[in-house]
Design a binder for this molecule. Structure first.
Ligand code: DP6
Length: 345
């Protein structure tokens, strides 16, 4: 029996992915850019064992067995990595025929699943990275990102640490739709993220179905697709220059626009709640009190939980501020940019 365990981090987009041009291959309608958070606080851990004695592939998510035959996206990742392994086995007959062995997969998150905290990103990135280790694939991280993308779009960005872009690509087969690192974790060590868990309830509309509803019904989405390329360029420059003012404004504007296209979807999709909106207002007031020099930026994925980016010098004050105005919220501070993955073999 061969067995491997790995972890993968969460990434939080500052330019959001929302919309697919190909739902089978998971090809997006725009480029996106994210920051990878430290694994110390938020991660997915996946163990996979291959055994010719197993009757079939099986999957446990957070301790509960799931029907793997219904999990098409996971199946995509199995198919792609097994095909690469099979090619290696053909070239080297001494290799164990692991590509033919059934697999048992156990995956768990140490944070609320499906509460808009990027659990599918870290989960599918951990799956693909663990499969690559198990099969000893000589594949680059960018190549693995093409496979992880077919598990969950945002997962392709969790294979790298630091600042990561998902280039949408233009090829119909998805061969140029992959993640690339814009800057490593060490580039901007003063930047930190605070994750505010407003609610750990499972979200009402999944990202997968929400984004397709937006593509089908939101006229505002056209405007979003027009402005995102300019924002990507400006965001890359802001990161390169470690310019928090521009980084913060683009992050907040992009989060707000993403939630606007959700509202413009028909019927509308609501991911934010009153606490989320209260935090948005508080951050704007906090920035305004500093003569408009931004000290903090909020962003929200497909759920009510806030992620606040700020530099180290202001983070203590921000944690106190959130704690004062939202005493019941359970904040988890996340200092980030550690190793993107940690092989625990
Ligand atoms: C709002 O990657 O979860 O977090 O590709 O259908 O699995 P699928 O969607 P998913 O969508 C994430 C959307 C987002 C924005 C982002 O992470 O860029």
């Amino acid at each position: 029996m061969s067995s491997v365990t790995c972890t993968a981090p969460v990434n939080i987009a500052v330019i959001k992915y929302w919309g697919k041009r190909d739902t089978q291959l998971i090809l997006p309608t725009n480029d996106s850019l994210s920051v990878t958070l430290s694994q110390d606080i938020l991660h997915s851990k996946t163990s996979i064992s291959a055994n010719k004695g197993y009757a079939q592939d099986r999957l446990w998510l957070n301790g509960i067995e799931e029907d793997i035959t219904k999990n098409k996206r996971m199946h995509n990742c199995f198919r792609e990595t097994r095909a690469l392994r099979q090619r290696m086995e053909k070239e080297d007959p001494d290799l164990l025929p692991l590509s033919t062995y059934p697999l048992h997969v156990c995956s768990e998150n140490n944070f609320p699943t499906a509460a808009g905290l990027a659990s599918s990103a870290s989960g599918l990135a951990a799956l693909v990275f663990t499969l690559a280790k198990l099969f000893d694939l000589p594949t680059s991280m960018t190549d693995l990102s093409r496979i992880a993308r077919q598990g969950s779009g945002s997962a392709c960005r969790s294979l790298f640490g630091g600042f990561v872009a998902w280039e949408m690509g233009s090829e119909a087969d998805g061969s140029d739709s992959r993640a690339v690192q814009i800057a490593p974790d060490t580039h901007w060590p003063e930047l930190e993220a605070l994750v505010c868990v407003v609610s750990d309830a499972k979200k009402g509309t999944s990202s997968t179905s929400g984004m397709q509803q937006t593509i089908e019904s939101s006229p505002l989405m056209k405007e979003r697709l027009r402005v995102v390329p300019g924002r990507m360029d400006a965001m890359k420059q802001a990161i390169k220059d470690k310019n928090f003012q521009t980084f913060a404004e683009l992050t907040m504007r992009d989060s707000n626009q993403f939630h606007s296209v959700c509202l413009d979807t028909f019927p509308p999709i609501f991911y934010l709640n009153d606490t989320s909106r209260g935090i948005i207002q508080l951050i704007h007031e906090y920035n305004a009190a500093n003569n408009g020099v931004y000290k903090a930026a909020y962003t929200y994925d497909a759920g009510p939980n806030a992620v606040i980016y700020a530099t180290k010098e202001n983070m203590k004050e921000i944690i106190e501020l959130i704690g004062h105005y939202f005493p019941s919220s359970d904040e988890k501070k996340s200092t980030y940019f550690t190793d993107p993955y940690n092989v625990l073999e």
